[in-house]
Design a protein around this ligand. Structure first.
Ligand SMILES: NC(=O)c1ccc[n+]([C@@H]2O[C@H](COP(=O)([O-])OP(=O)(O)OC[C@H]3O[C@@H](n4cnc5c(N)ncnc54)[C@H](O)[C@@H]3O)[C@@H](O)[C@H]2O)c1
Length: 466
């Protein structure tokens, strides 16, 4: 069969690219090696982790917060098996939705491993070993990423696990050791902490979420510690050993001392790496970088003219929504349009509770770039909405250009900031000033008032409710 565009990989990057290309009149095929569509995000990433985060949040609230609202329930209990089953149902419905979208958009789905025969032909090898070759005028690589590990770790996938296994454990760990205080470590660490596990995070950098704004890391560390999570920053892991049902992690702390952590499970969450195994890039002549990423130019085009790559397999943040934008951009570019992505405006979100969200530059990035800026900060605690719900932790911080007042970055910790961050992204897309944001009437009482107040603090240094 011959197509205008073949997309390899059906994660958020791939399936969105396929839909957009089809909307623009292209004949499109998508190849997926797994039986369900949706890639890491829908099957073993964003969606299942949010399902477990939501279930564990309900339980945590019942145990810790119902009483202050005057609600008494006899000692709440949970059925972990049911939580995991619910998560599986959420995944099934969501991935089923992608199949529906493929059919609706007349996109041909091939189940099997896609590998290049040459620059225009891709072989699809099915589970039963049979294969067929399809032809594409243009090809989009959207094969995503897989969990990284450390060279001395043996991932037995039973007790020394990655996020994939952490989403389908048969029991709640007694003591979960988490290597890596990044997004996955803190989100999945939160799930099990809320369900009663001891959780110890071991982070190499001097702080958790090391690439986020320093104030955010500090506040998040404070609230997670308050929830009982043990956080060990500046600890370089040197060994991970399994001994029966125990896992022993050794690390070197800042003083050069060896520290031993013992738990019953160890989650390795030290980042992800691009996934190109078995793709046959060499047969098509596609170049990869030293770090194994597919090398692309500003149009996400590889060194081979008709082959493009998007999402986790190329440079940039490994985020579903970044991949989606790239999918749209490549599809539109191939249809002769002139699309554009502002990589500065891709929000970063962590679904702990309180949530964390950011867009634009951090203070450190502005300092490093020598940009004169002003900062306005407003505590969630000062909001009527936060007092009503009892979610008092966190803040909103707005960074604006000292001379022009243009908003350069917004950083948030607090209830529902995962959704709130989009106000900041919209403002920055339209190059709003802090004053613009401060002058917009915000509904009362809402968490969004913290954005208005922080913007006012950045603009004239005079928040109204602080
Ligand atoms: N909410 C979301 O958007 C979401 C959720 C999950 C995953 N993701 C994405 O998936 C990717 C992978 O997530 P992740 O949490 O594995 O990566 P990450 O990059 O967010 O965090 C990895 C952490 O591990 C630390 N680390 C690295 N080597 C270490 C070592 N030897 N010892 C101890 N710590 C070490 C790093 O300093 C970092 O803090 C990221 O790009 C992330 O953004 C996003």
């Amino acid at each position: 069969m011959k197509y205008d565009i073949i997309v390899i990989g059906s994660g958020p990057g791939g399936y969105i690219a396929a839909i957009r290309a089809s909307q623009l009149g292209k004949k499109v095929a998508i190849i997926e090696k797994y039986a369900t569509l949706g890639g890491t995000c829908l099957n073993v990433g964003c969606i299942p982790s949010k399902a477990l985060l939501d279930s564990s949040h309900h339980y945590y609230d019942a145990v810790h917060h119902f009483e202050e609202h005057g609600i008494s329930v006899e000692k709440p209990t949970f059925d972990f098996g049911k939580m995991v089953e619910r998560k599986a149902n959420v995944v099934e419905t969501t991935t089923g939705g992608i199949k529906y979208l493929m059919d609706k958009n007349n996109i041909t789905v091939y189940e099997g491993l896609g590998s290049f025969e040459d620059a225009t032909h891709v072989k699809v090898t099915k589970k039963d070993g049979s294969s067929e070759v399809i032809e594409g005028a243009d090809i989009i690589i959207a094969t995503g990423s897989k969990p990284s590990t450390l060279p001395f770790i043996t991932l037995d996938k039973e007790r020394v696990i990655t996020s994939t296994e952490a989403l389908k454990l048969k029991e709640v760990p007694k003591h979960l050791l988490v290597i890596g205080g990044g997004v996955i470590g803190l989100e999945l660490g939160s799930v099990y902490k809320r369900l009663g596990a001891d959780v110890t995070v071991i982070e190499y950098a001097p702080k958790i979420t090391p690439t986020m704004d320093a104030d955010v890391s500090k506040e998040l560390t404070k609230v997670l510690k308050k929830q009982g999570m043990k956080i060990n920053a500046s600890h370089g892991v040197t060994s991970v050993e399994r001994n029966g049902d125990e896992v022993i992690v050794k690390a070197t702390n800042k003083k050069g001392e060896e520290v031993t952590f013992t738990g019953d499970y160890c989650l390795v969450a030290v980042g992800r790496k691009p996934y190109t195994e078995g793709l046959g890039l060499e047969k098509a002549g596609v170049k990869v970088t030293e770090r194994g990423m597919v090398d692309v130019n500003d149009h996400l085009q590889t060194n081979i003219k008709n082959i493009y790559a998007i999402g986790d397999v190329v440079k940039g943040a490994m985020l579903a929504h970044k991949a989606e934008e790239e999918g749209v951009v490549v599809a539109e570019y191939l249809a002769g349009e002139k699309p554009h992505i502002d990589y500065n405006l891709i929000p970063g979100i962590i679904y702990t509770w309180p949530e964390v969200a950011a867009v634009g530059k951090t203070e450190q990035e502005l300092k490093d770039a020598g940009v004169a800026y002003k900062a306005g900060k407003f505590s969630m605690r000062a909001l009527g909405r936060s007092r009503a719900s009892g979610d008092l932790d966190g803040f909103v911080k707005v960074l604006a250009d000292k001379n022009t007042d243009e908003i350069l970055g917004v950083h948030m910790v607090g209830a529902r900031v995962a959704d709130l961050i989009m106000e900041a992204a919209v403002a920055m897309e339209y190059r709003a000033s802090a004053e613009d944001l401060a002058r917009i009437c915000h509904g009362h009482p809402t968490y969004s008032e913290a954005v208005k107040e922080a913007a006012k603090a950045a603009w004239d240094g005079k928040p109204l409710n602080a």
